[in-house]
Design a protein around this ligand. Structure first.
Ligand SMILES: CC(=O)N[C@H](C=O)[C@@H](O)[C@H](O)[C@H](O)COP(=O)(O)O
Length: 235
């Protein structure tokens, strides 16, 4: 377990970058995501989060940074590493931590969350429980999650839908849990990342704001459009 404690320690107070391309994006390939991860790894980041067994295998060849893996599959409500089978496949790619949907919603195979956690632990990896509420986080920790992440806040019909990160959930979870809490989801700026740490996060995961050029360009383009809309154009 010392290795696992060292791994968690290495993430403390630091940034994890999620390298995932949206469906349809030209960057959506294992080669591109591996290059993205290698590029990000030139910065002092603590770890990489990524999706899909092919991407994870490719990323594992380009960096020795701690790797958090998941497999998004199916079109049901629970799509982040939904079953024990998915969890084992992700673990086999060589990741250090497997991220799992740990909401209370029914899983596509009717399986139990504890079975998915057992599959991860049976493979010698740590579990990151992706949750949307404090109740889900408490349950996940009770079931043995090694870290709890706010990933799914705003993505379940019953959770808060903030435009930015759910810092309230970060603070609540940090107050309730003895396992590390990761702030994840809609963190758009270094300032918000700092606020998440101040709210009690162990680590901060940022994806779109760093690794999705289309979304970043859209924000900039949108900002210019709104200047025109408000009469700021002087031509
Ligand atoms: C809800 C869901 O499926 N979240 C996913 C989980 O891995 C990813 O699509 C997000 O990009 C990741 O959580 C990082 O968040 P953001 O990209 O907002 O920084």
């Amino acid at each position: 377990m010392t290795d696992h404690a060292d791994l968690l320690d290495s993430l403390r107070g630091r940034l994890i970058v999620s390298c995932q391309a949206y469906p349809g994006d030209p960057l959506r390939s294992p080669e591109h995501m591996a290059a993205m991860a290698a590029s990000v790894a030139r910065a002092p980041v603590a770890g990489i989060r990524a999706e899909g067994v092919d991407d994870l295998r490719a990323i594992r060849t380009v960096t020795t940074l701690p790797l958090i893996g998941l497999w998004k599959d199916g079109d049901g409500d629970v799509y982040i590493t939904p079953t024990a089978r998915h969890a084992r496949a992700v673990a086999e790619t060589g990741v250090d931590i497997v991220a799992v949907d740990a909401t209370g919603r029914p899983r596509p195979d009717g399986g139990r969350l504890s079975d998915v956690f057992a599959a991860v632990h049976g493979s010698g990896r740590l579990v990151m429980a992706d949750v949307s509420t404090v109740e889900e986080g408490v349950r996940a920790a009770d079931l043995g999650a090694d870290l709890v992440s706010t990933t799914l806040s705003g993505y379940t019909p019953y959770s808060r839908r903030n435009e930015g990160p759910d810092l309230e959930l970060v603070a609540e979870l940090a107050g309730w849990l003895s396992v590390p809490v990761t702030a994840e989801g809609r963190i758009q700026s270094p300032d918000q990342a700092r606020q998440a740490m101040a709210a009690g996060a162990w680590s901060v995961v940022v994806g779109t704001a760093i690794t999705a050029p289309a979304a970043i360009a859209e924000r900039f383009a949108g900002a210019l459009t709104s200047v025109l809309d408000t009469g700021g154009h002087c031509g």
